[in-house]
Design a protein around this ligand. Structure first.
Ligand code: SF4
Length: 682
């Protein structure tokens, strides 16, 4: 009905960090369909239901195509010049009155690398603050921290093509069938061809039905489990001694520490059988090569960073790093979350993960200006600073902060105190609707040039498939216009996205070899420091980028989260994703996927449901210490008694009114995966 395409344009999916390549069919400058790119290295001719069908949001009736300023509670359409001048004047006066650190900027995991580079450069050069962050803070920042600490770099060590080379695949805290479907399908295919699968998840996910070992642990007990697996590997001498001696440090201390973590001790904490822990440890250690994938089930905990370190220990003990079919591979949620962080939308690093503490002078020379000293505020710290009256303005790009941060009451308190909130997005998201003073409409990923970086470090070309609606601009152009209006165009003045990418290449040597010209032929994995370099599918093949060149085995103590079930809140709520919707629902709820899946639902075990007197479709009130919400019931035998599950995509449900705001010990990622709740029939 939409017509036969006149042409197809190759680009990258707008959703998750798998980074599937797509052929977009276009007729009369309109998208008429999307197909998987047949020879794409990542998706190999496949796409999931989001990437293939959920693109109609581009044409949604409520797409905003003109800048707006809210005056006396009413939105007024204004010209770009009026909107930019209004923001510029406010930002200039705030810097002069309260100092540059009174302003915070948030980059976007679904904007391009070029956009995110400009956002962080604007914060540092035009405003003069390191208060810049992105949504990795609420997902994989613990992974980046953990892997940097023990391996020397925070990026995935291997490639998706290692799935088919692995003899054993370990998936921890990731529901790939729903969240990263193309990777889920590749893992299942590998299992059907003979690979063994270990799944570590409190829910019996669809992937778990393919597993040789499913460790259905109590939420928040990953460290005891990983430690006990390490105990088995050490006590049964299943470790790779050559690898440990030549490539790691900390072995003697680790060996001593791990003796206490017997499977029996861990089994009581994890509420699983010791035999299962032994089986999983033996399988992973004996059947190599073994590859690890993990998701937010590891990171969104108070010990999120430590969870990842404990997983890395298993890979190091068994020598499963730096070789084909091995590695630690975080499954990234959004398509460019890795890129947003790598571009420097992070309060403690510049572009290329260069430390703010150690590399400020190099960037001062490159950007030809003095830069702020010391780490800036991350997103949760910005909200705290707003509540405390120290942060006065936020400029947020492509991220519905109010809807997605836990404990929405706290987020509301923060936004209520801010004097200026600028939201840059395609739609009037919850943050914009409730709190924004200015709305700046930006182009979708089909309407601009640039690059994305997927979860396996592959930089891929995003192509302008269709023109943006009149009045809508790419994010980088808006940032450049703001810099000019503030009298600082010397820092941000580019004609094309390629100009920006070339500046990134000049300051980050590991992507120097990746030119737009080369990307026309296909994505390239960094490190790639010369234009003749083919890219790097596997990291750490000979040495680790740490002092001494060795990875670190680390003794990780278990500190249980204070958020435990009790008489007043007897259930543990786990949050996660489902196939048809994506995060805040900003895009998928504006597509036909809404017809297939109309709401978040509270999944609960049939025994719990019968005790409370609930049946499928009943409405329940779910109450935590932080708030309450109402949603329909879904009976789900794949959950254990006492544990319930919900997605967080629907604005009517607004699940983050009730989620737990406790934060990771190192990088302040919220503990979305554990909230104690009670349930009442409505
Ligand atoms: Fe898009 Fe991810 Fe689905 Fe691939 S798996 S089509 S990248 S949402």
């Amino acid at each position: 009905a939409l017509g036969i395409p006149e042409k197809t344009v190759r680009s990258v999916c707008a959703y998750c960090g798998v980074g599937c390549e797509i052929d977009v069919g276009v007729k009369d400058d309109k998208i008429v369909g999307i197909h998987p790119m047949q020879n794409a290295p990542v998706n190999k001719g496949h796409l999931c239901v989001k990437g293939r069908y959920a693109w109609e949001y581009v044409y949604a009736n409520d797409r905003i195509t003109q800048p707006m300023i809210r005056r006396q509670h009413h939105w007024e359409n204004v010209t770009w010049k009026q909107a930019i001048d209004y923001c510029a004047q406010k930002l200039i006066s705030m810097v002069s009155e309260h100092g540059p650190d009174s302003i915070g900027m948030i980059g976007s995991a679904r904007a391009t690398n070029e956009d995110n580079y400009c956002i962080q450069k604007f914060a540092r050069t035009v405003i003069g603050t390191n208060n810049v962050d992105n949504c990795a803070r609420v997902c994989h920042q613990p992974t980046a921290k953990a892997m940097t600490m023990v391996l020397g770099t925070g990026a995935a060590t291997n490639s998706y093509d290692d799935i088919e080379k692995a003899a054993t695949i370990l998936v921890a805290g990731a529901n790939t069938t729903e969240s990263h479907p193309v990777i889920g399908a590749r893992i299942k295919q590998a299992v059907l061809k003979g690979a063994k699968l270990i799944v570590i998840d409190p829910r019996k996910t669809e992937l778990a039905t393919y597993a040789t070992c499913h460790l259905q642990l109590k939420p928040g007990t990953n460290i005891p489990l990983f430690n006990a697996m390490a105990n088995v590997i050490v006590t049964e001498k299943l470790y790779d001694e050559t690898f440990i001696v030549n490539r790691t440090e900390g072995w003697e201390l680790f060996k001593e520490f791990i003796r206490e973590w017997t499977p029996e001790r861990a089994a009581k904490i994890c509420r699983i059988q010791p035999r299962l822990i032994r089986d999983a440890a033996r399988l992973f250690a004996k059947r190599s090569p073994g590859i690890c994938f993990h998701g937010l089930g590891l990171t969104e905990h108070t010990q999120g960073t430590e969870n990842v370190i404990a997983l890395v220990n298993l890979a190091l003990l068994t020598g499963n790093i730096g070789k084909p079919g091995t590695g630690i591979n975080p499954l990234r949620g959004q398509n460019n979350v890795q890129g947003a962080a790598a571009m420097g939308c992070d309060p403690s690093v510049f572009t290329g993960m260069a430390s703010v503490k150690n590399e400020r002078q190099r960037f001062e020379v490159f950007w030809n200006t003095a830069l702020p000293e010391g780490k800036g505020l991350n997103l949760p710290e910005m909200l705290d600073a707003a509540v405390a009256g120290r942060l006065h303005a936020m400029w947020i790009t492509g991220y519905d902060v109010f809807f997605t941060m836990p404990d929405a009451n706290h987020t509301k308190q923060a936004f209520d105190k801010l004097e200026l909130v600028i939201v840059q997005d395609m739609f009037m998201n919850e943050t914009a609707e409730q709190f924004a003073d200015v709305f700046l409409p930006c182009a979708s990923s089909f309407e601009r040039e640039g690059t994305f970086m997927n979860a396996e470090r592959r930089i891929q070309k995003v192509r302008k498939v269709i023109p943006p609606p009149p009045g809508v601009k790419p994010d980088w152009e808006i940032v450049c216009n703001m810099a000019a209006a503030m009298g600082k165009s010397e820092y941000l003045s580019y004609s094309t996205a390629e100009d920006i990418w070339n500046e990134i290449r000049a300051i980050w040597s590991q992507v120097y070899g990746i030119t737009y010209e080369r990307l026309e032929k296909g994505g390239i994995q960094w490190p790639c420091s010369a234009t003749s370099h083919p890219g790097t599918p596997i990291l750490h093949t000979e040495t680790f980028p740490r002092e001494g060149g060795k990875a670190k085995l680390s003794a990780i103590e278990f500190k249980p989260t204070p958020e435990q079930a009790a008489i007043s809140y007897p259930f543990i709520l786990i949050t996660g994703r489902e196939l048809y919707h994506f995060n805040a629902g900003t895009m998928t709820y504006r597509t036909a996927n809404k017809e297939i899946c109309q709401s978040d639902q509270l999944h609960l075990n049939p025994i719990d449901a019968s005790i409370i007197g609930l049946k499928a479709g009943d409405s329940v009130r779910v109450i935590s210490k932080y708030g309450e919400t109402t949603l329909p019931v879904y009976i789900d035998a794949d959950l254990r008694k006492g544990e319930v599950f919900s997605t967080f995509n629907n604005d009517q449900v607004f699940l983050n009114k009730i989620t737990n705001p406790a934060r990771d010990n190192y990088v302040q990622t919220p503990e979305y995966k554990i909230t104690a709740v009670k349930i009442e029939k409505v």
